[in-house]
Write a protein that binds this ligand. Structure first.
Ligand code: 16G
Ligand code: ZN
Length: 531
């Protein structure tokens, strides 16, 4: 049965703030850091139950608010294979977080135990970490109280990136099996990445300027640098992880994507002809950029990464003589630039899914090699188990085939198979640029982005907006979709959609058209339509 004494006693130390409603959304729970104590305590309870459900397999908990402002924080759960929490459990998370009192909380726990058929006599193991946010340490203590209440075995990984936490969970749970993923410590992560990188790189490229968003990526990038420095030198900027107020502020992947500008801190640092990149606050998003010889800024987002990487992998599969057996596919969301979709569709099957990593990840699993990237720079490449078996056992008939197979296998080690990982993705991009002998300008010229605009509108009730067709159309309110259609038709190359945000209380509008001034006009007319 549930250890009620401990739960009641500790729960009373973490009362739910009155009048607050929490929701486990696309990125877990996320809000102002200082009101999350009760949520963290309850996530500790839930993670323990989830572990029991899997007969004591390790569950991950990451305390982060990613690219959000420094004052925010959040928490998400990671399933045994290092993937996002299964959707059906998101409801349990939300109901636990919103139980008004300790006694209602106990009722919810009992309900979950019954509905999810949890055997409470099973052990539970939870591995957790946080990013560099000032509110993180106290929140981890609340989480630990929840784990303690349930008698879970705890493993604190301290301050680390979201993708490393996912990596560790997968490693712990596959240890000693034939799917062993790597050593279950940070050193194992850096070794795995850097060994694969060394196999794939022939000669050192020019140093890479990296904006670490003043977040945990700065710490990880420093360690990575020690492992790969002989091949690729990372020049790290925005590494002030203990200075108050600077996290994601005027820097980082989200800043670059939303402003389409170079972070001011890199002015004069990035020289004409050089490439650089930005991580976000928990190092799971990556944006590249460059200055051309005329000092013009160019941005290389998740769509450009998908184009670069998928065409490279398609060529390797062909060179390996395995294009009949291995289907490479790409998964995008509605935010993918129309030009990128057109470019990709000529080369590979492309699927569009709703926003949020779990949707992309699951769709990518349907391909032999599934490439998924959100335009915002979050993404990875998944190799299916049968593809890995094929690559490991196939007898090549020529030396060229043998090389291609070795390179594909090395890529499967280099690329984080659990979740989007800015550091792993950065190494991947560097490998492809080196093999193609591409400069950033040449990479950017694969296709030309259509001018686009993203705006957010505060509406009285975003719940009224219901989408279909991978969020590309509104089912409700009907008249709004009709008016969007009428407007979009007036613009050359026009495309637009409206969707409720999963992380903020707003509705987002995305518009695209052939000409910049027209996009701006279309976007502002659409704002009038949704309100
Ligand atoms: C979260 C998602 C990200 C998505 C974004 C959209 C995860 C880990 N992260 O950050 O994939 O692009 O939300 O936010 O799933 P929105 O719904 O507010 O537009
Ligand atoms: Zn992030």
């Amino acid at each position: 049965s549930l250890p009620l004494d401990a739960i009641v006693h500790l729960s009373d130390l973490h009362p739910k703030p009155e009048g607050k409603t929490f929701g486990y959304g696309t990125a877990g729970f996320r809000t102002t850091g200082n009101i999350l104590g009760s949520v963290l305590f309850r996530v500790g309870l839930l993670a323990s139950l989830r572990s029991k459900k899997f007969d004591g397999k390790t569950i991950g908990v990451m305390v982060t608010a990613s690219h959000n402002p420094e004052g925010d924080n959040g928490v998400k759960l990671v399933d045994p294979r290092g993937e996002m929490l299964e959707t059906s459990w998101e409801t349990y998370a939300t109901s636990l977080a919103n139980a008004a009192t300790t006694s209602k909380l106990v009722d919810e726990l009992r309900h979950i135990v019954a509905v999810a058929k949890i055997d409470l006599s099973k052990p539970s193991r939870v591995l957790y970490a946080r990013d560099t946010r000032p509110s993180g340490a106290a929140l981890v203590q609340c989480l630990e109280d929840g784990l303690r209440a349930m008698g879970a075995q705890r493993r604190n990984e301290g301050v680390t990136t979201t993708p490393i936490l996912h990596y560790l969970v997968r490693c712990v749970n596959t240890k000693g099996t034939r799917d062993e993923y790597g050593d279950d410590n940070e050193e194992g992560y850096y070794d795995k990445l850097s060994n694969a990188f060394k196999k794939l790189m022939a000669k050192p490229p020019p140093p890479l300027i990296m904006d670490c968003a003043n977040g945990v990526g700065a710490i990880a990038a420093q360690k990575l640098n020690e492992h790969i420095g002989s091949i690729l030198q990372l020049k790290l900027y925005n590494i002030a992880t203990t200075t108050s107020g600077v996290l994601n502020n005027g820097c980082g992947a989200d800043y670059v994507k939303t402003t389409q500008r170079l972070p001011p801190s890199l002015h004069g640092v990035l020289k004409p002809g050089e490439r650089g990149c930005s991580l976000d606050g928990d190092a799971d998003r990556l944006m590249y950029f460059y200055l051309d010889e005329e000092n013009n800024f160019g941005m290389l987002d998740g769509d450009k990464i998908a184009a670069l990487v998928s065409s490279f992998i398609v060529d390797l599969v062909k060179n390996a003589g395995l294009d009949k057996q291995i289907e490479v596919g790409v998964v995008q969301t509605a935010y993918a630039n129309g030009s990128s979709t057109r470019y990709l569709e000529k080369r590979v099957p492309v699927r569009c899914v709703p926003t949020g990593v779990k949707h992309l990840h699951h769709a990518a699993e349907h391909f032999s090699i599934g490439v998924y990237f959100e335009a915002n720079g979050h993404g990875t490449v998944l190799f299916s188990p049968s593809t890995l078996d094929l690559l490991r056992t196939h007898e090549p008939s020529t030396p060229a085939q043998e090389t291609a197979i070795k390179q594909l296998l090395a890529l499967s080690e280099l690329i984080n198979q659990t979740v989007g990982d800015a550091l792993s993705d950065m190494l991947l991009v560097e490998v492809v640029l080196a093999h193609r002998a591409f400069t950033a300008v040449e990479w950017d010229s694969l296709y030309t982005d259509l001018p686009n605009r993203l705006v957010k509108v505060v509406v009285p009730s975003r719940q009224k907006f219901i989408t279909t067709d991978a969020e590309r159309r509104l089912v409700e309110p009907k008249e709004v979709q009709a008016r969007i259609d009428a407007l979009v038709r007036k613009y050359d190359g026009g495309r637009a959609f409206v969707r409720p945000s999963g992380t903020e209380d707003v509705v987002r509008i995305y518009a695209e058209a052939t000409l910049r001034p027209q996009v701006d006009e279309l976007a502002s007319r659409l704002s009038g339509v949704v309100y």
